[in-house]
Structures are given as C-alpha cells and as structure tokens.
Design a protein around this ligand. Structure first.
Ligand code: UD1
Length: 365
C-alpha cells in the first residue's frame, strides 16, 4: 500500500507529524507499506513552515510543490496542477489530507478525480458560516472523501446529517492533540519572552480575514485589545497577513506605542505552546488554538461568532465572544476577576489518534 500524506500550511504540520510517525512505525511490520510526504508550499516562510518541521522532527518532504501565496483560485489551482502529475507518476492507493486549508481541498479533489482514495483527517467540523474559506474547504473535502476521521462526536453527527454513510466515518480523536501531548514538556522548558511571568499575561492571535482584512473591523478590535492590555500584558505573535494589514491601516504604530502589548513575529510551535500553556488567558480567532487551550485548561476567548469545534465550548475552556468591543472587554475582565470556565479534556484526545488512523488505513483492502 502506498500512501501520500499532504501538508501545506502551518496548522497542518502538527497534525501530520504524529501520522507520519504512526505510519512509519506501521511500515516496520508491513513491508509493503510506503509513505510519501508532500508539502504543497502554501506556507513557505521559516517561521510559518521550516521551524515546525525541525521542532516536530518531521522528515524533509519527498516533494515540495512550492506553490506559494495567491488568491484562493490561484493557490488552489496551482496546487492541483502540481499535484496531479505527481499522483499520476506515483499512483498512491490513498491520499491523506488534514484540516481545512486550501491544500486540503486541492489535493483531495485532484486525487479523487484520478480514482485515488482520499482520507480526511479532522473531518465533519462545521461552523455553518460559508463566508469562511475553511468552511467551503471542509464541506467540499468531506463530500468526496472515502474515509472521514473525526475529532469530536458532533462532527460524526454533521456528516451523517449530510448523508455520509456511517461506515465511512471513524471517530478517532485529535492528531493535533497527539502532538501537544508529546511536546508539552519540551514547550514548557522553553523560556518565556523576557520579562514575562507565568500566569501574568495573555496570549493573542488574530489572522482570520473577517477580522483583519478591513480597517473598520480591525481598528476597534485593536482598540479593545489595547484596553485589555491596560490590565494584563498581551503577547501578540502576528501572522504575516495581520502584520501587513496593521501596517496598511496605520495601526502598527498605535500598538508599538502601548507598553502593555508586545507584537512579535510568528512563533515556533514549542515557543507558542510554551506561551499559551503558561498564560492567564488566550484571545484568538484561530480554530486549532481553541482546542489547544482546551487541552491545556487555559481560558480561551474566541473572537468569532461561531466555532466549528463546539466541544471546546461544551467541554473545554473556550467561549465565543464575537467581535463586539464591549463583549470582548467584559469577558476578558471576567476572566481577570476569576470568573473562568473549568474545562475537561474531550473524549479520545488521549495521544493515540494517529495510531488509530494508521490502523484503519492498514485494514482497508
Ligand atoms: C491559511 C489557512 C487558514 C489557516 C492559516 C494559518 C486557507 C484558506 N487558509 O490562511 O485556514 O488558519 O493558514 O496560518 O488555506 N504569507 C507569508 N508567508 C507564508 C505564508 C503566507 O508571508 O509563509 C502571507 C502572504 O502574504 C499570503 C498571506 O500570508 O498572501 C496569507 O497566506 P495564505 O496561505 O493565503 O492564507 P492564511 O491567511 O495563512
């Protein structure tokens, strides 16, 4: 059996690392199993890609498609054009895609049209917000995948409601949490940025186009965050998209002048997990960080109106606070005043998701 495992963008790498490991272990007792790792090149900066490979011990990819940035259509099309000849030459039995980025749908669509079976890891999550590019990627990938591996039971329900046959759905847990469990101690050994003390700062990430691409949305968000930073220092590793927009909308200076908020480059995985794990709270609009905060038991305020990961709210420490300044401020101050949700760890987020996935794949005819 030949498996192609696809990684493309930052949030993919921590999901792929344990899968590659589990498949490599499996190959020792299944000599007919071979695994190729493909990097689409959707993310390419050292801070957005290379550092993750190094820290997580992911071997260099067998192929890098080097597609780079572009509009959604350009990026997706470039991935498909580069991935198709590779599939034709390599003739894998399975293409395994993870998450919800453009690389996920591009490779899934290419493979399925060549008659190659597709496995989707982190299937079935739904925000029900079709203005999110990731929601379109999730819906389309799940519609064509042959096996759908889920991280929470709500995802199974979503897929069943969309007509996916139950035998295609496997609730296996969360490969991103596999990585977190493996790397947590190393992350905690990473020193905090100078001057910060555990429990006495917030970690902030912000990169969703709906929050950062327009000045009328980003400006009040930044003002709100500056108010919160008046009570609790904030560390803000900024995504390249966000940084560009802060500069474009003349918000960069406003942040730089405020002593409470520290704008820094995107962090490596260990640095970032070390930061989150010791923070008083997380402020984010990311998908995966809601899950990481839940596992780490850190209060998380998600600056979105919806989440595709509802278990982080029902079981974990996550709260949806939207983008209204008053609401965000009130919720952040509530955390500072000690009113925090006590969370638990969701079912099967136990470090063994990748092993379960490898077992299922190997049991396929
Ligand atoms: C992508 C994912 C998003 C994920 C995010 C995490 C899609 C549709 N979106 O969004 O789900 O949460 O990654 O980071 O796939 N850039 C760089 N260096 C890089 C990569 C990007 O400078 O290594 C800049 C470029 O200006 C680029 C912009 O960031 O145009 C956006 O990158 P892109 O991959 O298109 O989307 P993300 O916003 O990163």
């Amino acid at each position: 059996m030949k498996i192609i495992l696809v990684a493309g963008a930052r949030p993919n790498f921590m999901k792929v690392a344990p899968l590659l490991e589990a498949l490599t272990v499996a190959a020792k007792s299944h000599p007919d199993l071979s695994v190729l790792l493909i990097h689409t090149g959707q993310h390419y900066d050292e801070t957005m890609s290379g550092s993750f490979f190094e820290e997580l011990g992911i071997r260099p990819p067998d192929f890098n498609l080097q597609v780079g940035s572009g509009s959604h259509a350009e990026q997706t099309a470039r991935i498909m054009q580069a991935f198709e000849p590779l599939c034709v030459t390599e003739r894998p039995d399975w293409v395994v895609v993870v998450g919800d980025v453009n690389s996920t749908i591009a490779c899934a669509l290419t493979a399925t049209k060549l008659g190659i079976r597709v496995a989707h890891v982190e299937a079935g999550l739904r925000s029900r917000d079709r203005s999110m590019p990731e929601e379109i990627n999730r819906l389309c990938t799940d519609a064509i995948a042959d096996i759908l591996f889920t991280t929470e039971r709500s995802a199974d329900q979503n897929l069943l409601a969309e007509g996916v046959p139950s035998e295609k759905i496997r609730f296996v847990g969360n490969t991103m949490i596999d990585t977190l469990i493996r790397q947590k101690d190393r992350a905690l050994a990473h020193p905090l940025p100078a001057g910060l003390r555990a429990g006495q700062y917030a970690a902030l990430t912000l990169h969703r186009p709906s929050n950062v691409d327009r000045p009328e949305t980003l400006t009040p968000l930044v003002e709100t965050l500056l108010t919160i930073a008046g009570r609790l220092p904030i560390v803000f590793p900024a995504h390249p998209r966000t940084l560009k927009n802060l500069e474009r909308f003349s918000l960069r200076e406003r942040i730089d002048r405020h002593t409470g908020i520290r704008l820094v480059d995107p962090m490596s995985y260990l640095e970032f997990i070390g930061l989150v794990a010791r923070s008083r709270m997380v402020l984010t609009d990311s998908g995966g960080i809601q899950e990481e905060a839940t596992y780490l038991g850190v209060p998380c305020l998600t600056m979105r109106d919806n989440t595709e990961r509802p278990i982080t709210c029902s079981v974990g420490t996550n709260r949806l606070v939207g983008s209204d300044p008053q609401r965000i401020k009130a919720e952040a101050f509530a955390v500072l005043d000690g009113r925090v949700a006590v969370g638990a760890i969701p079912e099967k987020w136990d470090g063994h998701a990748a092993r379960r996935i490898a077992e299922v794949l190997l049991s396929q005819k």
